[in-house]
Design a protein around this ligand. Structure first.
Ligand code: AP5
Ligand code: ZN
Length: 211
């Protein structure tokens, strides 16, 4: 099964991907994570992407599409299927993806805009295992509850960059709902104020139907 996770910054794509990976075994491919790994190791790709990410703009399509196409060609993905987190982010990327792979469904994580800023600015990520938490769940604990690793805040999780990321999402990405809706592949998950586990129960039901 191949799925696309759609949703605004902070909607919970990464959080849900981690549940789905454990239960369904799909390979999690996050373009944002790939760029951040490259930034950490100082590659040319990382240096180039940083400039766009710091401004909350999209990294150029040619770079991102090549990267995803290469990753999807690998054996683990072919064998186990994938979930794409953060790709596609505009119509061009969606059309390119359809040229090199077959998407079975688009899971649209629908969260009210007014809680996104708080979620993102309160996010802390584990340097060791990559799991993300909200400060309200941590109760003052400063290490990862899962593995004891160091927690950090992403460079682009500051109010100014988040404003810009949200603008980019609503002007360039949100209409992909329609693209996948027209193909009969859209599965909208209305999250309201449900916590991560409850949201996952809805997604799980949806994926079991698709299997
Ligand atoms: P990317 O890394 O993809 O970031 P994003 O889309 O902005 O998404 P986030 O990672 O911020 O949010 P999320 O939905 O994963 O939320 P999470 O689960 O962590 O992209 C970053 C940048 O890279 C882009 O701006 C762009 O520059 C570049 N880029 C990436 N892909 C690209 C592409 N295809 N083309 C061009 N450029 C690209 O949850 C957020 C917080 O909320 C956490 O603290 C979590 O604990 C909490 N939370 C989650 N679920 C719940 C819940 N149900 N209730 C309460 N709290 C919750
Ligand atoms: Zn950890």
């Amino acid at each position: 099964m191949n799925i696309v996770l759609l949703g605004a910054p902070g909607a919970g794509k990464g959080t849900q991907a981690s549940f789905i990976k454990k239960n369904f075994g799909l390979i999690h491919i996050s373009t944002g994570d790939i760029f951040r790994e490259n930034m950490r190791s100082g590659t040319e790709l990382g240096l180039m992407a940083k400039k766009y990410m710091d401004e909350g703009r999209l990294v150029p399509d040619s770079v991102t599409c090549d990267l995803v196409r290469d990753r999807l060609a690998q054996d683990d993905v072919k064998k186990r299927g994938y979930m794409l987190d953060g790709f596609p982010r505009n119509m061009f990327q969606a059309q390119e993806l359809d040229k090199f792979s077959k998407v079975d469904a688009c899971i649209d994580i629908d969260v009210a805009v007014d809680c996104l800023m708080d979620r993102i600015c309160g996010r802390r990520v584990c340097k060791n295992c990559g799991e993300s938490y909200h400060i309200s769940m941590l109760d003052g604990v400063t290490v990862c509850p899962g593995c004891g690793g160091e927690l950090y805040q992403r460079d682009d999780d500051n109010p100014k960059t988040v404003e810009s990321r949200l603008d980019t999402y609503f002007s360039q990405t949100a209409y992909l709902e329609r693209y996948y809706g027209d193909q009969g592949k859209l599965r909208k998950i209305a999250c309201g104020d449900l916590g991560p586990d409850e949201v996952y129960q809805k997604i799980k039901a949806c994926l079991l139907e698709l299997e």
